[in-house]
Design a protein around this ligand. Sequence first.
Ligand code: SF4
Length: 211
Amino acid sequence: MRAAGLWRGVQGIATGRVRPPATRRQRAWAELSEEIRSCRRCPLGAHRTHAVVYRGSLAPRIVFVGEAPGAEEDRTGLPFVGRAGRRLDDATHRLGLEDDEFGVLNVLKCRPPANRFVRAAATTCRPFLDRQLALLRPAAVVTLGTSALHALDPGAPPILTAAGRPRPSTDPPLFPLVHPAALRSHRLYRRWDDDLRALGAWLAERPSKRL
Ligand code: SF4
């Protein structure tokens, strides 16, 4: 409920339906969100229903970064609201994260055809991700899946090797997980559980406030 409220606040700020934002950072966020929603810089913009910007706190301790919107996200304009989103919500609950401690976004803001990650579009879209992270300034980033990991840490090994351990020397600190939509076997569910426990232990050692 609280996350929905926070998101409504963000949406309202971006669309001007609520009081003007109080700080320069909030104004910059609202302008950036509007820029993303009206973007047509790559071919994906012509086929989307909604560009998918963000959901969550504007002062997050942790930002989860996924790959691209799926059908449900394209329909609603919100990231991680389908089955994978429910798994992610369960994960944040198990990690003990309050709604105002985290946010969720994707590398690509528009849904790619057949839900395939489009590397050329990701290059065009990438400045939006960098600007979002610069404004949100999380203490840590958790990537979900191969494409999100390699977008932020191109030298990382394949996801099944990298997941469950913090990456060395990234700024902000980065912890990769497999994508929650990829959990299609008992083996991967067990891996997801183990990696969540490792993430919880890692987060316990991180600063509780954003940088
Ligand atoms: S995917 Fe990114 S660059 Fe392409 S149209 Fe959407 S917002 Fe713009």
